[in-house]
Each structure stands twice: as structure tokens, then as C-alpha cells.
Design a protein around this ligand. Structure first.
Ligand SMILES: C[S@@+](CC[C@H](N)C(=O)[O-])C[C@H]1O[C@@H](n2cnc3c(N)ncnc32)[C@H](O)[C@@H]1O
Length: 270
């Protein structure tokens, strides 16, 4: 397994070791849905599969175990190293991980059966250009699969002012960084606009009363704390909001709805 160095893009969450545990939780929360989606889209043995923003490579490693010849690309050298290490540890051979930006990945054009990303486009200042890059690496008839969260849909019931405040601030932060944390809702229309045939545009949402899973978004917002400070008059304001969210996460009488995840399957015309 090769690990190749490339230059990259901005990212507000931790891209180092600190982020590993949160990424493992993200995989536990979403892998079953991603696997079902990819199998329904036709992923099987002998296909070529490219994943962009692969993180620890959970989906890439799984695709390789299904017999797909897999390449995972991520901006973070640290994530790529960990993904490669895990693949070696698990004895998975049909997977290669490369460090690089989706905008500049050097993957050969017109060759892959599948181009996939999960929770990546919302972090990019040019998500449509990134979809173009993914489509460019597909062979005619190849399939683009994207999964993105709509951050506006995170909520607590009974309502929590801390959750409401955090969602408001994270959307403000996205605006100030020219990011779109609601890009999920635009996946299908953008796929059409770049000439793809949309085969599936769907969404699911996870809800929790308790457990570590419930606090996933509090954890993510805490990782984005350095960037969130720019939306507040004092660090104490952000810290109070995070601490109140943690109280909600520990309260078994409050249900937390995670960000709704939009799923897109689109085909490159043959
Ligand atoms: C929220 S994580 C999701 C990781 C993985 N897709 C998953 O669902 O487990 C986003 C990933 O995108 C990577 N990333 C951010 N900007 C990128 C870029 N411009 N090109 C490639 N990867 C990028 C980050 O390093 C991080 O690993």
C-alpha cells in the first residue's frame, strides 16, 4: 500500500490523531447505511472504487473486502497513514491510500466504476468543482455516490437552547468561511447540472436518547471550537454552549436528532 504526498484545502475539524476517535464513531454511526447504499448501487467484486476524503478508510477497507479494487484519497497525511495501517493489520490487499486534495488527486480520468465520498463536500469551498473531479475519474456508465449531512436539521426534543445556538453558530461559521453546511440538500440538482443521471436522491436521520452516539455532534462542534470562537464575543460563550449540550447528551429524557444525511446515486452517461 502506497502513501503519496499531495497538497490540499482548508478543514475546520481535527485532521490529526485527535480526530481518530470521533471518526471511528462516525463510521459506527453511518457505515451500515453507506454499505447498503453502495451494494444497492451495484458495488461488487471486480469493480474499481475511488473514495475521496476517506478519513480512516472505513468504507474503502470494506469495499476492498467485497472484492472492489479500491483507492482512498484524503487531505490528511495522518488519516491516510492510519487507514493504511488498519488495512495492513486487517490483511486487506486490494486497497491503496494516497494523501491529496480532491481538487488535485492525480487519479486517472475516465477509469473508475465508482467515485464515492461521505461527509466531505460540505467541508469544501468548491463542492461542485469537487463533484466534477469525481465525475471526471468515472468511466462512461460509472456511478457517483455521495453522502452529506444537512447541519440545519440537528435538534433536541424537548428543544434545547444550547443545541439551537450551536446550530445557528455553525451555520454562521460556514457562511463566514464560504462553506455550505446545507450542501446536502443540493446534491441531486448539482449532479444534474454537471450532466449526470440521478438514480437515487434520498435521506435518513439518526436519533438517540443516550449512549456515546448521542453526543456525536457536540463532539464535532467541540472540535470546531477554535473556528467557532470567531462567531462569539468571548470563548466563555462557546464553552457554556458546549457544556450545556453535554448536559443534554447525558439527559435520558431528551432525544437528539442528528443531522439528516442525504444520499445521492448518479450515473455518468455511457
Ligand atoms: C468528516 S471527515 C469524513 C471521513 C470519512 N469520509 C468518513 O465518513 O468516515 C472528512 C474527511 O475529509 C478530509 N478532507 C478535507 N478536505 C479535503 C480535501 N480537500 N480533499 C480530500 N480530503 C479532504 C479530511 O481530512 C477528513 O478525513
Amino acid at each position: 500500500m502506497a502513501v503519496t504526498e499531495r497538497s490540499g484545502d482548508n478543514y475546520i475539524l481535527s485532521s490529526g490523531r485527535d480526530g481518530h476517535e470521533r471518526l471511528r464513531l462516525l463510521c459506527a454511526l453511518h457505515d451500515p447505511f453507506s454499505r447498503r447504499l453502495l451494494l444497492d448501487a451495484g458495488l461488487c467484486s471486480g469493480k474499481t472504487f475511488a473514495e475521496f476524503g476517506c478519513g480512516l478508510g472505513c468504507v474503502s477497507r470494506w469495499a476492498a473486502t467485497r472484492g472492489a479494487r479500491t483507492t482512498g484519497v484524503d487531505l490528511s497525511h495522518d488519516h491516510v497513514s492510519e487507514a493504511s495501517r488498519l488495512a495492513s493489520e486487517e490483511g486487506i490487499e486490494q486497497v491503496e491510500f494516497r494523501q491529496g486534495s480532491i481538487y488535485d488527486s492525480d487519479l486517472p480520468e475516465g477509469t473508475f466504476d465508482f467515485a464515492y465520498c461521505r461527509f466531505l463536500l460540505s467541508h469544501l469551498s468548491r463542492p461542485v468543482a469537487a463533484m466534477h473531479t469525481m465525475a471526471a475519474c468515472l468511466r462512461p456508465g460509472g456511478v457517483l455516490v455521495c453522502e452529506e449531512p444537512d447541519l440545519k436539521t440537528i435538534y433536541a426534543e424537548p428543544p434545547s437552547s444550547a443545541y439551537d445556538e450551536a446550530v445557528k453558530r455553525i451555520l454562521q461559521l460556514a457562511d463566514s468561511l464560504a462553506l455550505d453546511f446545507r450542501f446536502a440538500t443540493k446534491l441531486a440538482l448539482n449532479a444534474l447540472s454537471i450532466g449526470l443521471e440521478v438514480q437515487r436522491a434520498d435521506a435518513y436521520q439518526r436519533h438517540f436518547l443516550g449512549g456515546k452516539e448521542k453526543g456525536y455532534w457536540t463532539w464535532s462542534f467541540a472540535e470546531a471550537r477554535p473556528s467557532l470562537l470567531s462567531t462569539c464575543s468571548s470563548p466563555a460563550e462557546v464553552d457554556k454552549c458546549l457544556s450545556d449540550m453535554r448536559k443534554v447528551d447525558r439527559d435520558p429524557t431528551v432525544i437528539v436528532g442528528h443531522a439528516r444525511v442525504h444520499q445521492l446515486v448518479a450515473r455518468k452517461p455511457a
